[in-house]
Design a protein around this ligand. Structure first.
Ligand code: PBG
Length: 347
């Protein structure tokens, strides 16, 4: 009954009695739209980032990220409770250090009693069912703010690897379920894998920040984590936003070194890269909807220029449609609340 487009009077997608395709039929009611919806979103697909800071009883809002707070270790169990109630099952932890606690070698990153290690121990004790992902990097702990050791103004690759491996090991010993190296040092996944294996942690997965671009969208995060580089920028290790094929080489390298999950970061300006990796790799794919992407929506919503809920829905669906399985997002709690009260899909 369907036209093939070859007969006179035939229109592709139409039928004998109906000359053109009536795509609006399936959009006529909320029930029909729900029935034919191709992309879903569930609170269990979301990972919530947490900034852990020194001190006690502190819940300090990040100025450029309304609704996001730096928390002290004692506040974490309450946060975990809230997340689990909302159906969010995973967090990624970042440490925030005062400048006087930072040094050239980023020793806070692999201090067995460091801020993230204490956070991991506390959360593992109080909420063992929450998946604890530890961001493994040096930039939050180095006085110069770079993700590796610096010599003569250059960020060293191989000399930095043992420090990243030590950081990952101390995080796993403190209770991390997954480690996520974000430094973009070549070989960092292999270095971490072999160190974890040597210490008997063969079962701890690595989430590789495989494709991480040198992005302006990290601006608010560097505020939140106080991790902006003191000189220069990260373009000698993070990827050039102009490149997509190179993303395949990054992902291949990490897979060869033993990465279990792959990440693309940021998400919105790189949906093509998410799709590319989805098509080439069977690994679970994670997209990081980064700080700047969050702040843009928050700022416009505050000004009354965008409808926050509908904008966030469209953004997260776009990231999922591109091929991401999981999304790390600062919107996670709001989204989980909207999913819970049923408003997420409205309007
Ligand atoms: C670096 C790191 C960065 C983010 C997470 N880990 C960025 C950077 O400063 O290069 C950014 C996350 C965000 O913007 O939300 N270890």
């Amino acid at each position: 009954p369907y036209g093939k487009g070859g007969e006179p009077g035939d229109v592709p997608g139409g039928s004998m009695s109906d000359p053109f395709a009536r795509l609006r039929r399936l959009r006529a009611s909320e029930a029909l739209r729900t029935l034919v919806r191709e992309t879903t979103l569930d609170a269990a697909d979301l990972v919530y980032p947490i900034f852990v800071t020194e001190g006690q009883g502190i819940r300090r809002e990040v100025p450029s990220m309304p609704g996001v707070f730096q928390l002290t270790v004692d506040r974490l169990p309450y946060e975990a409770e809230e997340l689990l109630q909302l159906g969010i099952r995973a967090v990624i932890l970042f440490g925030v250090l005062p400048p006087e606690r930072k040094d050239e070698r980023g020793s806070g990153a692999y201090d067995p009693d460091g801020i993230v290690q204490r956070a991991l121990r506390e959360l593992k004790r109080t909420h063992p069912e929450l998946v604890l992902i530890a961001d493994t990097c040096l930039c939050e702990y180095t006085s110069h703010g770079h993700c590796g050791l610096v010599e003569d103004g250059k960020v060293l690759n191989d000399a930095s690897l043992p420090l990243h491996a030590a950081a990952a090991l101390s995080q796993v010993q403190a209770g991390a379920d997954v480690v996520a190296p974000s430094s973009m040092m070549d070989g960092v996944v292999a270095a971490i894998r072999s160190t974890l294996n040597e210490h008997g942690f063969t079962d701890v997965p690595i989430l590789a920040y495989s494709v991480k671009y040198a992005s302006a969208f990290y601006g608010p995060f560097r505020d939140a984590a106080q991790s902006a580089p003191a000189f220069g920028d990260r373009r000698t290790y993070q990827m050039d936003p102009a490149n997509a094929r190179e993303a395949l080489r990054e992902a291949e390298a990490d897979v060869a070194q033993g990465a279990d999950l792959l990440m693309v970061k940021p998400a919105l300006a790189y949906l093509d890269v998410i799709r590319l990796l989805r098509e080439r790799f069977p690994h679970p794919l994670v997209a990081y909807n980064v700080s700047g992407e969050y702040s843009m929506v928050k700022a416009a919503a505050r000004l009354g220029w965008l409808d926050e809920r509908r904008t966030v829905r469209e953004i997260l669906l776009g990231i999922r449609r591109a091929g991401a399985d999981l999304i790390i997002t600062y919107h996670a709690k709001d989204v989980a609340r909207w999913l819970k009260d049923g408003s997420f899909w409205e309007g």
